[in-house]
Design a protein around this ligand. Sequence first.
Ligand code: C2E
Ligand code: MG
Ligand code: MG
Ligand code: MG
Length: 277
Amino acid sequence: AAKQQGRNHYRFYTNELTQAASDRLELGSQLRAALQSDDELQIWYQPQVDQDSGNMVGAEALLRWQHPQEGLIHPGRFIPVAEDNGLMPDMDHWVLTHVCQQLAQWQQEGQPPFVVAVNITQPTFIAGGLVDRLQELLARYRIDPTWLELEITEGALLEPTPQVLNTIEGLKALGISLAVDDFGTGYSSLAYLQRFRVDKLKIDRRFVSSVEEEEEGRVITSTIINMARGLGLAVLAEGVETEGQRAYLREQGCTICQGFLFSRPLPLDAFSDWLKY
Ligand code: C2E
Ligand code: MG
Ligand code: MG
Ligand code: MG
């Protein structure tokens, strides 16, 4: 009986795997199609607020997929699909193009300046062509480049290949700033901070979320803030959810925050309303 149960178990498991695999394949081809049109993918914006002035100083662009059958799909589900299907560079370029279009509109409307941060994955960052593409977008939409910031994770900066150096130099030359996302959770080789000119560190939310309960979280968070200050870099805290976290960050000198305490990521219409206040 045990053997039979084991076998049933096994069969159930393989069926599930097959199901997951075909789900990914199907979503993969649907995502490829979605990237060819403007119908299903949406960019949501999460405000970044300066605690000192209370002003919104920036927003992170976060991709959402309004799937016709499945409803709203978050990046946690479709990014692995994009990775499996080699779609990450196309996806990153889709987001860049649409953010630039939107920036042009805000600038034409006379919106006071703020920075929009776009996540760029490692393959896109090191593949080459990113700088040319951005130069073309800035020219096409006549955007002030200081409104644009790229977020990359530490992994992309680890290998100091000529390609990576050229890309960073090229972005600087265009006037686009660079933020290190999820700072402190990657390989954490601090050598690249000495080597590459990044502009901002984003303290990962796992540290921020622990500052009220854990001494370690406080030490890591305050150390990152002090290091940023010493290096002349801007610093932003991600995932700020409570007043206690906000107060600690402020006391330590990190005034720019992003998190549910201030606002969740918002669809364009709601974010536009937010901009008016
Ligand atoms: P990330 O770049 O670190 O983005 C921050 C994530 O934290 C977002 O999740 C955001 O909704 C979430 N978040 C913000 N504030 C809070 C908070 O107070 N509490 C909690 N628990 N979460 C908070 P989201 O939008 O699901 O995105 C997840 C990840 O997917 C992003 O992490 C980023 O790595 C990736 N991603 C999202 N949009 C894009 C995109 O357009 N391009 C690329 N390449 N990656 C993207
Ligand atoms: Mg989410
Ligand atoms: Mg990010
Ligand atoms: Mg992050």
